[in-house]
Structures are given as structure tokens and as C-alpha cells.
Design a protein around this ligand. Structure first.
Ligand code: SF4
Length: 198
């Protein structure tokens, strides 16, 4: 008997065939611009799917959180619009900051943000999250979440009503359709949206 006893020629041949077919298919797709077309179409489909299934983190900081809870309740029912609150950052793509951020809470909030997978978005809900609100220039409250996390949508009010939060999600959807599912670190030049500013 000749050759190495362990050599599996079937596996080797299958892999070689896959490599050759893969290369030929790749070249053919490139030559016909089909690859570009599939990329664009795939991107559009991803954006479409993403905007229809936003998973905000179930995080309540202060009184604005009650309005957020009302938005998820039976009267306003944010789930009608594909907004599903989840309780772990690893399953979420939207962070709603709904209260003042004390300097002690800044690090845990950034940790939650960093535990969320890309692409992800941040909504600043209420005056406290936007600028510190009644605690503006207080010794222990940050002057807005923007100082630690990039914000995509601002919802002014003290507190904003649940309809305003639902409107904020609608504006976020339009933004996702416009800029695509870019990671949050690539959106530096993109101006945030202010709900009620149109
Ligand atoms: S903006 Fe007003 S309602 Fe919202 S957390 Fe601050 S004080 Fe409370």
C-alpha cells in the first residue's frame, strides 16, 4: 500500500473543488457587477430590517422613565412600531437615557453602552439627559449625556410624553434609512435629530 495511510483524498478533492468554483464565481460576479448589486441590495435589506426591529434597553434613571414605561404599556403600545424593550445590553441596539446622569453613574452607563453590539443608537430623553435639566451646572450631575456618549436623537421636555418618544423612534428609523447601519463611531459628521424641531 502506497501513500500516507491517514490521507483523506475525498476531503482534499472537495476542498479543492470548492476553492476553484469559489474563485470562478467570484470573478464572474465581479465582472458582471453583480457583486456590487448584491452588496447594495443586501445593505438596503439590512437597513429595512433594522429600522423595523429596534430593541431599546430597559433602563430607567428618573421620572422620564415613567413616560418610557407608558410608551411600552397597553395604551401607547410601542411594540406596534417594532420597539421591543430588552433587559440585557447584549440584545439591545438603542440606549434611552431618561434622567440626570450623576458623575458616579457615568462609568456604569458607558459600560452598558459598550456592552451593546454595533450598530447602536442613543436617544437623550428629557431635559436632564440633554443638558442636566434642573441640575444644570450642579456639582455632581453631567451637563448632558452627549459629554460621554454620542447622541442620535434628542427629545426635549420635562418630561416628554410617550407620543414624543414614539415620534423619536420614527425619526430614528428615518435616520437609519438615510445613513444605513453605520457603526456609532463612524457618525461623527452626522447632526443629531431634535424631535419637534421640524
Ligand atoms: S427631564 Fe424632568 S421629568 Fe425627566 S428626569 Fe429630568 S426632572 Fe424628571
Amino acid at each position: 500500500m502506497t501513500g500516507a495511510p491517514d490521507q483523506n483524498y475525498n476531503v482534499f478533492s472537495s476542498q479543492a473543488l470548492i476553492d476553484v468554483v469559489g474563485d470562478v464565481t467570484d470573478e464572474a460576479l465581479k465582472a458582471s457587477r453583480m457583486k456590487q448589486f448584491i452588496g447594495v441590495l443586501g445593505g438596503r435589506l439590512m437597513n429595512w430590517g433594522q429600522r423595523k426591529s429596534l430593541f431599546p434597553l430597559h433602563l430607567g434613571i428618573k421620572c422620564c422613565a415613567l413616560e418610557m414605561a407608558a410608551a411600552g404599556g397597553s395604551r401607547f403600545d410601542a411594540e406596534r412600531f417594532g420597539v421591543f424593550f430588552r433587559s440585557t445590553p447584549r440584545q439591545c441596539d438603542v440606549l434611552i437615557v431618561n434622567g440626570p446622569i450623576s458623575k458616579k453613574f457615568a462609568d456604569p452607563l458607558v459600560r452598558l453602552w459598550e456592552q451593546m453590539p454595533e450598530p447602536k443608537w442613543c436617544i437623550a430623553m428629557g431635559e436632564c439627559a440633554i443638558s442636566g435639566g434642573p441640575y444644570y451646572q450642579s456639582y455632581n450631575i453631567l451637563e448632558g449625556v452627549e459629554t460621554i456618549i454620542p447622541v442620535d436623537v434628542y427629545i426635549p421636555g420635562c418630561p416628554p410624553r410617550p407620543e414624543a418618544l414614539i415620534d423619536g423612534f420614527a425619526k430614528l428609523r428615518q435616520k437609519i434609512m438615510r445613513i444605513g447601519t453605520k457603526p456609532s463611531t463612524d457618525r461623527a459628521g452626522d447632526a443629531p435629530i431634535i424631535v419637534g424641531d421640524d
